[in-house]
Design a protein around this ligand. Structure first.
Ligand code: PRT
Ligand code: ZN
Length: 286
């Protein structure tokens, strides 16, 4: 029988949709399977397991699943024997210490002897130990942000993305202690046949990530400006330049990174580029 890799993803919650979307973009179709515990993928040797995110590291360690998509924050908190093999670029957040906005705790060292409420006691205690700060950690599983208001703690340590939850609970961020995003974790002792399937999957994931971070650019440029325009465009090797039917003009094709995007477009316009088209890239294989 053909070997299949067992992939654990979050059943429902913040990482579910992005995990399914990524699998789909990698050509792995798990159908519409929210109400099942596991489904076989139609066109890749994989089975998808739907689990609570907190359970994923343990299941991967114990070999119930071979790999999992889960927040790095959960991986570090659970501290199981699993390897992080790829970052996924979604589910980005930070684990931060926050204090009541109107109180006078202005630095982490002032947390000495204070009570901190969190769902991340292992990461927090490691952080405090490194700084030699002795504080009392109260572990609670949800609604951490209300702990200071009800007198349960002087500070909290919780996940933050936009900062709106802190703001609406009159809390101020004191210090981020961990930057996190969804990652792929793997059982460290995968048999060779499964490692080969994982390598195939990671190759596909990397291609999808590259295409998401890059855009295809097409523009028209007067020939006497081609040199300065090409200098702005990195391209895969170098930009492609093709003559247009109209004398004195060429068409330039290139790939630019999302992060540099607006900056480069502004400079291209200044150099005389016209008819600039930006096209999303479906897949990118280097
Ligand atoms: O049911 P299950 O146990 O599977 O899910 P869950 O409820 O434990 O987790 P879920 O779905 O809330 O989050 C899953 C993962 O998403 C987390 O482990 C993180 O890796 C990632 N993630 C990214 C976040 C956030 N951003 C986030 N903002 N997880 C939680 N939050 C919460 C945070 O705890 C706080 O309550 O959102 C609030 C803050 O958000 P802002 O935007 O107001 O700052
Ligand atoms: Zn959870």
């Amino acid at each position: 029988m053909e070997k299949k890799i067992r992939i654990a993803i979050q059943k429902s919650g913040r990482l579910h949709d992005d995990s399914m979307k990524l699998l789909k973009e990698c050509g792995i179709d798990a159908g519409n399977s929210r109400n099942q515990l596991r489904v076989a993928a139609a066109n890749f040797p994989a089975e998808i397991f739907f689990l609570r995110d907190d359970d994923i590291p343990e299941y991967v360690q114990d070999g119930v699943a071979d790999i999992g998509f889960v927040g790095e924050n959960v991986v570090l908190e659970k501290n199981k024997d699993v390897s992080i093999v790829e970052k996924l670029g979604f589910g980005k957040c930070r684990l931060s210490i926050a204090v009541p906005a109107n109180k006078k705790i202005g630095s982490v060292s002032e947390l000495e002897g204070k009570k901190i409420a969190t769902s991340y006691p292992a990461i927090l205690s490691g952080y405090l130990e490194r700084l030699k700060i002795k504080a009392e950690i109260h572990t609670i599983s949800g609604s951490v942000e209300i702990a200071p208001k009800i007198g349960l703690a002087d500070a909290i340590c919780d996940l933050v993305s936009s900062g709106n939850t802190l703001f609406s609970n009159e809390l101020a961020e004191l210090e981020p202690i961990l930057q996190s995003e969804a990652v792929v974790i793997s059982n460290p002792q995968l048999p060779v046949a499964l490692q080969e399937i994982l390598d195939k999957l990671l190759f596909r994931i990397q291609s999808v990530k590259l295409s998401r971070n890059n855009k295809y650019v097409l523009l028209n440029a007067p020939n006497h400006r081609i040199k300065s325009i090409c200098a702005l465009l990195p391209g895969m090797r170098s930009p492609t330049v093709l003559p247009l039917a109209e004398p004195g003009w060429s068409s330039v094709h290139s790939v630019i990174n999302e992060a540099d995007f607006w900056n480069i477009i502004e400079q291209l316009k200044k150099e005389g580029a016209e008819g600039i088209l930006i096209i999303p890239i479906e897949k990118m294989i280097l």
